[in-house]
Design a protein around this ligand. Structure first.
Ligand SMILES: C[S@@+](CC[C@H](N)C(=O)[O-])C[C@H]1O[C@@H](n2cnc3c(N)ncnc32)[C@H](O)[C@@H]1O
Length: 270
């Protein structure tokens, strides 16, 4: 029988791999189970750059939150926030503005439990266990902590590709647009099948065995999802090309956008 770690939250099925815990594994974290590591190994056999992609996504997160803070935004709604790791949204935001408030939302029980435990002693941040498609629950919890009559940054880092086409990801983005006021902001990163369609499709096959499937999308499809927002320059571009940090060291994948196969954008709600 698989060993069940003492920290595993009640009710979590440790035999079912979950994207949150596979991602934690790519990032070198320890909040993953044997089944997560096995499926992550399969994913890395298909796409060995996965750990680099995860780190580049975290670097984009840092740049996007920094950008939002520089625009005067002090409220963050992080949808699909994941298992806490190095450089979390609330830490980046609070380092730039001590009054910044963050709501973390994740459907994964481990991501939620670990966030809640870590944040118990921290003010200005709460964790919510919810599916981002359940707008009513997310907004009820968000309103208890954020003032949605003021601008808020809605963050969807590496999560919309876990919303299948039949669940209308564009409609989900639009719903959050409607729930926020002008001056609010959306930051998105998303896997794409533009560069290596066959290999991305093999990744989709691997993730079919996880609690949420992966859907790579084209530049046009992702751009259409963000249609309500005014994208700030440089628009929807490869994740590593969105306002790169001039102080970052050399790109570990030689800046090869194909190997990252992910787009990123930040948009403003007018
Ligand atoms: C690849 S991780 C990204 C974590 C973090 N946003 C980041 O970029 O570092 C994707 C996260 O989205 C969560 N997720 C996937 N589908 C979700 C949904 N429908 N509602 C809420 N969270 C979801 C997963 O549980 C996981 O924690």
């Amino acid at each position: 029988m698989t060993h069940r770690p003492a920290w595993a939250p009640d009710g979590v099925d440790i035999e079912r791999p979950a994207p949150a815990r596979m991602y934690d594994f790519y990032l070198g974290g320890s909040h993953n189970f044997e089944a997560d590591r096995r499926l992550a190994a399969q994913a890395m056999a298909v796409w060995p750059d996965s750990p680099h992609i995860a780190r580049a996504n975290r670097a984009f997160l840092r740049r996007a939150v920094t950008y939002a803070s520089a625009q005067g935004i002090d409220q963050f709604l992080d949808l699909g926030s994941g298992i806490p790791t190095v450089g979390n949204v609330h830490e980046i935001a609070a380092a730039l503005n001590p009054d910044a408030r963050t709501v973390y939302v994740d459907s994964d029980p481990v991501a939620f439990a670990h966030s809640r435990n870590l944040l118990a002693a921290t003010s200005n941040v709460v964790a919510v266990h919810a599916d981002l498609r359940d707008l009513e629950t997310v907004l009820k919890e968000a309103r208890a902590f954020l003032d949605l009559h003021r601008p808020v940054a809605v963050l969807m880092f590496a999560v919309l590709h876990f919303v299948p086409d039949e669940d209308d990801p564009a409609g989900v983005v639009r719903a959050y647009w409607h729930a926020t006021v002008p001056g609010s902001l959306l930051a998105v990163s998303h896997a794409t099948n533009d560069y290596e369609p066959e290999r991305l499709s093999e990744m989709e096959d691997v993730y079919r065995n996880a609690t949420a499937g992966l859907t790579g999308r084209s530049h046009d499809r992702i751009a259409a999802m963000l249609g309500e927002y005014d994208l700030v320059p440089p628009g929807l571009v490869s994740m590593i090309e969105w306002r790169p940090d001039p102080d970052a060291g050399p790109d570990p994948l030689g800046g090869d956008v194909r190997r990252y196969s992910a787009y990123a954008a930040v948009g403003i709600r007018r």
